[in-house]
Design a protein around this ligand. Sequence first.
Ligand SMILES: [Zn+2]
Length: 143
Amino acid sequence: MNCAFCTNPDVKKRTIIENDLAFAFPTNTPIVPGHILIVPKRHIQYYEAATPEEKVAIEELREKIKAASLKAFEAQGFNYAWNEEEIGGQSVPHFHLHIVPRKKGDAGIYQYEPREFLYRPGARAASPDEELFGVIESIRAAL
Ligand SMILES: [Zn+2]
């Protein structure tokens, strides 16, 4: 199986926090600094395929990342979202919850419209490792 989350060593290196069933890391194509993905460790495409324990594990990490992002990035709000199927913008067929910290005037987001920022195929350049590891350090320091 060739899954970007299951087999990519760069993703493992970017893990900020994990529990037994899920882990969190910054996407390499962030919309804003601090754009984090939470992923179950088991390869499943759909949220419905997650066990109750996996759903609790995902939620536990979401709460921790939210609290840390409030401190680390002075977030004023959040978007939580996931995409399903190619038509819905799911580029990696392994369930992942997007956590996008929002701020007044944040760069790169022009309006509140999920399609404008969660489904922009090919429009986002990958961020350099240096920037991603800065995000990781900021969140870890705030956990
Ligand atoms: Zn996978």
